[in-house]
Every structure is written in C-alpha cells, then in structure tokens.
Design a protein around this ligand. Structure first.
Ligand code: SF4
Length: 319
C-alpha cells in the first residue's frame, strides 16, 4: 500500500466529567489512504465522533500521535494547525447547525473560498457555479437562504462548502442520519461520484452498515472506545470475525438469498455497558456468547488474523 494520508497512533482520549473521568477512546490505531473510504462503525457512544474530532484536533488527545498529509499534527499550535489541516474538512449530521440562517448559499461558499484563498477574486463566481454543479444543485440556489432549502439541498450545500477548499480528506460524521430516506440514496451516490472524480478520501462515520456496504473500502469496528476489528470491507461483510461484528452484521436485513454470509444465531442482548465504568478484560465480555473466564480478566490485543484483517478477540489467540 502507499503512504497513508492520515494516521492515528495509540490514541487515548479521556474526558473529564463533573465527578469522574472516563476514556472515550483507548489505544486506537488507524490509517487511511488517498481515494479510500474508511468506514467507522459502532453503536451510539462508542467513540466514533470523538475519533473524528480528535483527528481534526477539536478534541485533544490524552495520549498518542496524529499525522495528516505527511506531517505530525499532534501538538501544533492553533495557527500551524489551521494551515496543516486545511486539506481536511468535515460534514456534520445536521446541516442546519452548520449553516448560518442569515447567510445565502453564495455567502457561505464565498466565505470559505476567500478565507482559504483557493480562487482569485475574479474567478470566485465561476468557482461557485462549479461547486454547485459538483453537488448537483442549480445555480439559482446560490441566492437562497438555508430556510428555503430542503434537508437534502442543505446537506449538498455543506458538501459544496467542504469541497470548496479542495480537501484531500472529508470526514463525514453521520451525514445521512437527519435526511429523509428518499434523499439518502442520492447523497450516497453523489459522495461516491465526487470520490471517483476527485480522488478524495472519506472517513465515514455511521451506525448504518448498509451505507458502508456500498461506500467503504475498509471498515473499523469500535465498541466502548476500543477497536474490535479492522479489515477490507468486503472481508468483514463476507466473513466478520469478531463476535461483536458478527452480531452487527446479523442485524442487517439482507434481501439477497444468495448472500455469502449466513447470519449466525448471534445477537447481542441488552444495552452496551457504561463507558464511564467499562467491564474489565474484554469490554465486550458482558454481552458475548463466547466469553470465557480469561475474557473477563485479560483484554485481547488487536492482531492480524488474516492478511490485512485485524481482530481483538481471544478466540483467535492460537490461530
Ligand atoms: Fe467474546 Fe472473549 Fe472474544 Fe471478547 S475476547 S469478543 S468476550 S470471545
């Protein structure tokens, strides 16, 4: 494989609450490559968004190192950081929260373009047309305010604004979850097309495995802030190895009677334990049907079980 576009090494993120502290992420390693979609999946509260925010340094790492586009960004000053991560943009779940209701679409795009100086003054109008075209919005939308747009149109504007600075990495934090089901497929197709045409990488965070089946090249499965499995997406979908991933996969309705992975009778019961007081040993042992005594005491390490397929589970200790 080529040099990674971004890397996270041994990342820990600890949050301080009123009377306690807890680890939102522990010992997370990952890397992503140009033109690739790395899907991050897991239940609510597993640390997916913390991971995205850490990469942008919106959250400060407690321990570990972060790299982007050939440069270590772990402890850069805010000024150095702004420059170093210009090629990294984020799309959020709720486009309403990230758009200014008093600003037109053109205003949003102009602001991003002029701040980042990606186009000469005389070419800004033309560039805005190009961006709207990229996200398949008519140019007439440029004069509109967010309240005049549908949810899908607002998310397209957010995508156009993120693309305006010509990013290499787009972090997509549940960008489809607030949209009507009727526009979800359109946005997925749009993101796929943009990636094919511009070679952008996506770090795509979602709890929806069906979306990742279509978009992701590789998958990373998180549970209570720990990495359970990392692998090429097709391997995880055809043969998930970690019991938690198997349970997640078994929960996807499959319309294909010839699907290669026959969901086991594995289903996880109950809610995830509190991240503030995680179980000892393997954090999944309280819900895992295969848990043994050693699972309750010894945390499994992530190891390569097959080429490029990493799993943190004692079931694979001897393989
Ligand atoms: Fe289950 Fe043990 Fe594997 Fe954890 S280490 S997933 S408890 S079998």
């Amino acid at each position: 494989m080529s040099t990674p576009l971004f890397e996270v090494k041994q990342l820990d993120v600890e949050y301080q609450m009123k009377n306690s502290r807890f680890m939102a992420l522990r010992d997370v390693d990952l890397e992503g490559y140009l033109g690739e979609t790395l899907g991050i999946v897991g239940e609510s509260g597993c640390g997916k968004s913390t991971l995205a925010k850490s990469l942008m340094r919106i959250c400060s790492p407690t321990h570990g190192r972060l790299f982007f586009d050939g440069k270590e960004i772990t402890s850069l000053s805010s000024r150095e950081l702004r420059k170093a991560i210009r090629g990294m943009q984020m799309i959020f779940q709720d486009p309403d929260a990230s758009l200014n209701p008093r600003m037109t679409v053109e205003g949003h795009l102009k602001e991003a373009i002029t701040t980042s100086k990606v186009a000469h003054e005389g070419t800004v109008e033309e560039y805005i047309k190009e961006l709207l075209n990229m996200v398949q919005l008519p140019h007439s939308v440029a004069r509109m305010y967010p309240y005049q747009l549908s949810g899908g149109q607002k998310q397209r504007v957010s995508i156009a604004r993120a693309l305006s600075v010509k990013p290499k990495l787009l972090i997509c934090d549940e960008p489809l979850s607030s949209l009507d089901i009727s526009v979800v497929a359109q946005i997925i197709l749009l993101l796929k097309k943009i990636q094919e045409e511009h070679g952008i990488s996506y770090l795509f965070i979602t709890h929806d495995l069906a979306t990742l089946r279509y978009l992701a090249h590789r998958l990373l499965v998180l549970y209570l802030g720990r990495v359970m499995e990392v692998s090429p997406a097709q391997d995880v979908f055809s043969e998930p190895l970690h019991p938690y991933t198997q349970a997640l996969m078994a929960s996807i309705p499959t319309p294909d009677p010839d699907a290669s992975y026959e969901p086991a009778k594995l289903c996880i019961v109950g809610d995830p334990p509190s991240i503030v007081d995680p179980p000892s040993g393997c954090v999944f042992h309280t819900r895992c049907p295969y848990a043994t005594e050693s699972c309750r005491h010894i945390a499994p390490r992530l190891k390569e079980v097959k080429p490029n397929h990493f799993v943190a589970c004692h079931l694979y200790d001897l393989s």
